[in-house]
Design a binder for this molecule. Structure first.
Ligand code: SF4
Length: 446
């Protein structure tokens, strides 16, 4: 056993891009570990390197190409997958020596390429994979991907071309994965897809058998079932289709977190029209107000694009004013990039000068920072449940770091928690909030 283990082929893995790509990486790694491959910490000494690329923006492509170049230099045997795999020629033009370029979600082709570069070991004793698979996130939270692809056609986005149309997983399959994660100690599920509220449309919301009962592949039904697992359930990439209002009731019941990640991208009607955003409607502010009345502690997170072609100063001011009224708790902004293949480049709308984009980006972030600081002040004096991400506390250690229900990992703020007793990652504790800054909260374990 020892000798065989020592000879197991080693794979070095680079995972770039969004949480959806991260889930793809986890699936590939789970399969490789199940086949007995070892994971290598660095490229040197690995038998093969897999680079899971991101092609969403040109800057992400540049980062992906740099990662491929570095892997070729350090190792030489490189398999490329992910979003850039949809445009094989671009990768091969830059790096003709890569072993294979496979499309996003084409797990079989990645595995085939790895098998060819470094044949799989044949030892069943090596097939030791944790029940929940290999996770790249800390043990206490996990991304749960409910569908692939997207049926929308936002003009700035090439994801549908890269990842194809919407393909939802049957509800029972998603729920079984969620159960496994819960059994493995996961405390928080982050539900992701390209368009979470469209879940099941391609399946015509067909039911599947889960624990002897039929569960429909519908956004609300799935959210309700996930809410029964007793975990924190956080919904990402939700579009404000009318049926989204229905999940608010689950938040009121405490079944899912009072959190919605809705990538609004803009607010000005003419820009939204040019972007061809799904579920765009003028009454969004009224809907948000109604949501907040129903769920007063609802946290809204969103992303916005500044400098979209044709965006006037009036459009941008409208966006800032809208942001103020909507009181979006957490927001990120991107400067528009004319990604090759995006239809927005051909709309005949004037491109925005880089310095104007930069200036609008700064104005956006200043506005957002002020809103965030103001909203966080309202939390001072409250006791909030906090999920600890980084251990700390006790006599000798610095404060632990965690997140309240309104904060997703990696993108939102954190809660710095002072405590007499040591706190471990994965603990959920009550914290008395004592102060705040622009993005974070500070408090003491109650
Ligand atoms: S909803 Fe729009 S931005 Fe999101 S993946 Fe689909 S096309 Fe792209």
């Amino acid at each position: 056993m020892q000798d065989q283990k020592a000879s197991a082929p080693r794979v070095s893995f680079v995972s770039l891009g969004c949480p959806k790509a991260l889930v793809d990486s986890e699936r590939i790694l789970t399969r490789l570990r199940a086949e007995g491959y070892e994971l290598s910490r660095g490229h040197a000494g690995a038998d093969v390197v897999v680079v899971n690329t991101c092609g969403f923006l040109d800057s992400a492509k540049a980062e992906s190409l740099a990662a491929i170049g570095a892997a070729l230099k350090e190792n030489g045997k490189v398999v490329v997958t992910g979003c850039m795999g949809a445009d094989k020629a671009e990768v091969l033009d830059a790096f003709p020596d890569v072993l294979a370029v496979t499309r996003p979600q084409d797990y079989e082709s990645v595995l085939d390429a790895v098998h060819e570069a470094a044949p799989a070991p044949h030892d069943p004793f090596l097939d030791l994979v944790p029940e929940q698979g290999v996770k790249l996130t800390p043990r206490h939270y996990a991304y749960l991907k409910i569908s692939e692809g997207c049926d929308n056609s936002c003009t700035f986005c090439i994801i549908p071309r890269l990842r194809g149309p919407l393909v939802s997983r049957p509800a029972a399959e998603v729920l079984r994965e969620a159960e496994k994660l819960a059994r493995a100690g996961v405390k928080e599920l982050l539900v992701i897809s390209q368009d979470t509220s469209a879940y099941g449309r391609d399946l015509r919301y067909a039911p599947s058998d889960f624990r002897g009962r039929e569960v429909r592949a519908r956004f609300l039904d799935l959210a309700r079932e996930l809410g029964e697992l007793g975990l924190w359930v956080r919904l990402h990439y939700v579009y404000p289709y009318p049926h989204v209002d229905e999940v608010l009731a689950l938040m009121v019941e405490g079944k899912i977190l009072p959190y919605l990640d809705i990538p609004f991208q803009h607010a000005a009607p003419s820009v939204l029209k040019a972007m061809k955003r799904p579920a765009d409607e003028e009454k969004t502010l009224e809907r948000i107000a109604a949501w907040r009345r129903a769920v007063p502690d609802l946290a809204l997170r969103s992303t916005f694009i500044v400098g979209f072609p044709g965006e006037t100063e009036a459009d941008f001011s409208y966006l800032l004013q809208w942001l103020e009224e909507a009181e979006i708790d957490r927001a990120g902004a991107f400067k528009y990039e004319p990604v090759v293949g995006a239809r927005a480049n051909d709309l005949g709308l004037g491109p925005i000068a880089e310095e104007v984009k930069e200036q609008r980006y700064r104005r956006f972030m200043e506005k957002q920072q002020a809103i965030s600081a103001r909203l966080l002040k309202h939390k001072i004096g409250k006791r909030l449940p906090v999920l600890i991400d980084e251990a700390g506390g006790g006599a000798l250690s610095p404060a632990a770091k965690g997140r309240a229900k309104g904060d997703a990992p990696g993108i939102d703020g954190v809660v710095h928690v002072a405590s007499h007793r040591p706190l471990r990652a994965g603990d959920i504790i009550s914290v008395k909030i004592e102060r705040s800054d622009a993005y974070d909260l500070f408090g003491t374990a109650a």
